[in-house]
Ligand binder design. Structure first.
Ligand code: HEM
Length: 187
């Protein structure tokens, strides 16, 4: 582990965040379901990882616990890593959700920030992409196939905003499953 590891755009994420302005739009057999939600996301600095003695990554582990506003039920749970490859200006998000599905998404980061100096991160993964892809169980492939996942994050000044879009082939059509929330830093 290095003392002064470069976490690049991930540095601002490290900490515990809470947000109660979440909105989920999810597929149902008869259309779409809108689920207002609150959540806690914890990002923990893991340190550095070296691949093949040459690729240096800075790793941040996260867990995301999402609860319905209507009854407090945990209805989405996600865990994974954000990784920063400073030499290649590449951000990766690798994660799994307990439906039998794993994603390795990525994007480039060349210092993108908004007008207020907040960091902007975008990553994407597509089913069948040889570099940044999606793995799912045979059941999910046949009944609720995820074809694409994209994630936009804006973070800075103790505020974190995100918007994700997951394209799911379910109930005989393509559904744009979206999730968005704004979180405040707790620690
Ligand atoms: C805050 C984030 C998310 C929330 C709150 C959420 C919530 C939901 C809900 C309510 C459903 C409808 C079925 C059910 O009631 O369980 C659903 C379906 C689904 N979600 Fe998500 N989701 C989130 C993120 C994701 C992500 C990141 C992925 C994958 C990359 C994903 C993949 C799926 C798939 C494949 C289905 C179809 C399965 C089904 O409806 O039976 N979701 N999600």
């Amino acid at each position: 582990m290095q003392d002064e590891l470069d976490y690049g755009p991930l540095k601002e994420l490290i900490g515990t965040w809470h947000g109660d302005r979440g909105m989920d739009i999810a597929p149902e057999p008869d259309g779409a379901e809108e689920n207002p939600y609150f959540e806690t996301i914890t990002f923990t600095a893991v340190g550095d990882v070296t691949n093949a003695e040459s690729q240096l990554l800075a790793a941040v582990h996260y867990t995301q616990v999402v609860q319905r506003k209507s009854n407090g039920e945990v209805f989405h749970h996600e865990t994974g890593y954000w990784l920063w490859d400073a030499e290649r200006n590449t951000v990766m998000q690798s994660f799994t959700i307990p439906r039998g599905l794993a994603v390795l998404a990525a994007g480039t980061w060349n210092g993108e920030r908004d007008d207020e100096g907040r960091i902007l991160i975008d990553v994407i993964a597509r089913l069948g992409d040889e570099e940044w892809g999606i793995i799912q169980s045979p059941f999910m492939r046949d009944n609720a196939r995820t074809g694409e996942f994209s994630h936009h994050v804006r973070v800075g000044g103790d505020r974190l905003f995100y918007q994700e879009t997951t394209w799911v082939d379910i109930y005989d059509h393509l559904f744009e499953h979206t999730d968005t929330n704004e979180l405040v830093r707790r620690t």
